[in-house]
Design a protein around this ligand. Structure first.
Ligand SMILES: Cc1ncc(COP(=O)(O)O)c(C=O)c1O
Length: 397
């Protein structure tokens, strides 16, 4: 038999976040103490989901909701998502599909929209899943660069200059992974204006929408318009601390005439994959309509951790870190002569501190960054940043 050669489409699929883990695991095997500042999974650290969500899933399993659910999701979960979307000011909701994580919603919605060769405006730096899906369906990334000098805000004029005849949609991740930026309402309105002018679908990824610091004001994109198609992605993974449940959703809002064929197309694919995890969907109502106390305590902890991160990094001349206003990531500039990828690898080998290089998220050519996840507790973060300080001192001074 011949060696099995994978399809060429997998060549363009990269996931730097998990790729650094290979090296980290090798270093860990040598017995070195490790500091994992690379994966956005709150459960690895000292965060736990609310008990009432787990009870709801347990009850659902005992009640034998263990078969397939309806393909778009259970009525209960979809209604809870709809109610929350309405509370957020989203009008003209045309459909809601519950999926295996926001990831699956993103995959279904991009796959259902794009012909090969068409493109989607994607933020750089940005969450790498979008580019992987586009690679899989032979559609193209049309990158737009976030503006670090403006607290990582969107640069609307730059975005407009990149739109061409094959541009079908724009992705906005707000609050942003990996920069932690939360976008002002005025900027979101300008993006909506672009969508209107150039006939674009807006994909608004709001998976971090409850993780906001400093009382920053937050607006759900779809609440700002009713005349353009918006698909809002969200889920339980981050704000409700259950990434392993794999529960997310897509909310379709906008003019029915414009959207109905597209929504039916996405539903066809949702039917083909049968359903999202069924019993776990019973956590959705419990999460969205039950007590929200865990969010306050999570934000208290994260604010402290964010502050330590920004102040300890900015104490080093090799780092320049803007203040994240949401999510749990910092994306400091590295002022170093080396490639950021080499810096990350050597940092893992010499100190056990695991971060992800900015080049793994896409960044302006010539710039260098690190993505740091500030979920670990304060003591661990302090130790990790102390190790980074000694590492840069030895390397560059
Ligand atoms: C911006 C963004 N969107 C989507 C996801 C995926 O979320 P889920 O766990 O719901 O698939 C992540 C996960 O890190 C993310 O950062």
């Amino acid at each position: 038999m011949h060696k099995i050669i994978p399809a060429s489409r997998v060549e363009n699929i990269r996931y730097a976040i998990r790729e650094v883990v290979g090296l980290a695991n090798k270093v860990k095997a040598t017995g070195m103490e490790m500091f994992f500042l690379n994966i956005g999974d709150p459960n690895i650290f000292d965060f736990q989901p609310p008990r009432h969500m787990i009870d709801a899933v347990y009850r659902a399993m005992l009640d034998n909701h263990n078969g397939y659910s309806p393909s778009p999701g259970t009525e209960e979960a979809r209604t809870a998502v709809r109610r929350q979307a309405e509370r957020n000011g989203i009008r003209d909701i045309r459909d809601i599909i519950i999926t295996n994580g926001a990831s699956e919603a993103i995959e279904l919605c991009l796959t259902g929209l794009l012909e090969p060769g068409e493109n989607v405006l994607l933020p750089q730096p940005g969450y790498p899943l979008y580019a992987s899906i586009l690679a899989k369906i032979n559609a193209e990334v049309n990158p737009y660069f976030l503006n670090e000098d403006d607290n990582w805000n969107l640069d609307v004029a730059d975005i407009e200059s990149r739109i061409n005849a094959r541009t079908r949609a724009i992705v906005v991740i707000n609050p942003n992974n990996p920069t932690g930026a939360v976008y002002p309402k005025e900027t979101l309105l300008e993006i909506i204006e672009l969508a209107r002018k150039y006939d674009l679908v807006v994909f608004s990824d709001e998976i971090y929408d409850k993780l906001l610091f400093d009382n920053v004001s937050y607006t759900s994109m779809a609440s700002l318009c009713d005349d353009i198609p918006v698909v809002t992605f969200n889920g339980l993974s981050k704000s409700y601390i259950v990434p392993g449940f794999r529960i997310g959703w897509a909310i379709f809002s906008g003019p029915e005439e414009l959207m109905k064929d597209y929504i039916e197309g996405v539903n066809k694919m949702a039917r083909a994959r049968l359903s999202a995890n069924h019993p776990v969907q019973y956590a959705v109502k419990a999460a969205l309509e039950g007590p929200q106390d865990h969010i306050g305590s999570m934000l208290d902890a994260l604010t402290l951790r964010r502050d330590i991160t920004v102040s300890m990094l900015n104490d080093m001349e090799e780092f320049d870190c803007k203040v994240p206003r949401g999510a749990f990531y910092a994306f400091p500039t590295l002022n170093i002569p080396d490639r950021d990828e080499d810096f990350v690898k050597d940092l893992i080998r010499e100190t056990g501190v695991v971060t992800v290089h900015g080049s793994g998220f896409g960044q302006k050519p010539g710039t260098k960054h690190l993505r740091i996840v500030f979920l670990p507790n304060e003591a661990l973060l302090e130790q990790a940043y102390d190790k980074i300080r000694k590492f840069v001192k030895k390397r560059y001074h």
